[in-house]
Design a protein around this ligand. Sequence first.
Ligand SMILES: [Zn+2]
Length: 126
Amino acid sequence: MNIKRFALYLFRWQLSTPILAPVVSFFKFGRFTFGTPQDWLGAGVANLIGGAIFYWVDRFIFTSKSLDVQWEVKSNVECADCHKVSTGYRIAVVKSKDYDKSKDKNPEFRCANCCKIKARELGVMF
Ligand SMILES: [Zn+2]
């Protein structure tokens, strides 16, 4: 874990405290105020807890290899490799590999077995 990055991330969450505290106060009092010291303390602590949790969620979203791949599935298609007719799978995009067949005019679908082989060649999980 990069402690500097984590600290910066928690600081970034604190930037929403001046928004959160007055909004909480508005709904509590039914009119606009800048919030009580308790509203500010509560918002600051909530943002600390939120930051500590969502650091991991956001890190997964922005770095996960599984979200890097875009699949297409089609029923009753002929496999491009073994010619068996079954549910076909196609890897349309692998962002990190600069692989983009999303606008392919003749998309090739493969059966589950052949797609596993193709996925292995591209270094992605099937
Ligand atoms: Zn096949």
